[in-house]
Design a binder for this molecule. Structure first.
Ligand SMILES: [Zn+2]
Length: 133
């Protein structure tokens, strides 16, 4: 179980949220995130709660999950739902469902975006803090 990645992502999200809260001088009620399956949304959620501690204990983190899709050299493009078994680097670990090859690239599933943040007073839109490469 490799959690370092999720801790790093959670920290990044929390830093951004903290910055928004400071800028607006308001408490953050809700954060809506889009998280690709490769970033382990469940684990990320846990770390957000854990690392958020008292500072964010009244903040709700809503995660909408983005499925992993892959593109293979053989031309296969599609879902790779069979791999959501928490392989840290699916792009290395999974074979193409069509040809069995490993020359895949991810077309989605790497997202980590803060879609919006709901503050005590107003709403802020913060799109694509990190572009998915
Ligand atoms: Zn293939």
């Amino acid at each position: 179980m490799k959690a370092v990645h999720e801790i790093e992502l959670a920290t990044r999200v929390l830093n951004t949220v903290r910055q928004i809260a400071t800028e607006h001088g308001a408490r953050v009620l809700e954060v809506n995130l889009r998280v690709g399956e490769i970033n382990e949304p469940n684990s990320l959620q846990l770390w957000l709660n854990k690392l958020g501690g008292d500072e964010f204990n009244s903040t709700k983190f809503n995660i909408s999950r983005v499925p992993i899709t892959i593109k293979c050299r053989c031309g296969y493009v599609g879902n790779a739902s069979s791999i959501d078994t928490h392989i840290p680097e699916p792009e290395l670990g999974i074979p193409c469902p069509k040809c069995g090859g490993h020359e895949l690239s991810l077309t989605s599933g790497q997202e980590l975006e803060i879609v919006d943040v709901k503050l005590e007073k107003k709403e802020v839109r913060e799109c694509r803090t990190k572009k998915s490469r």
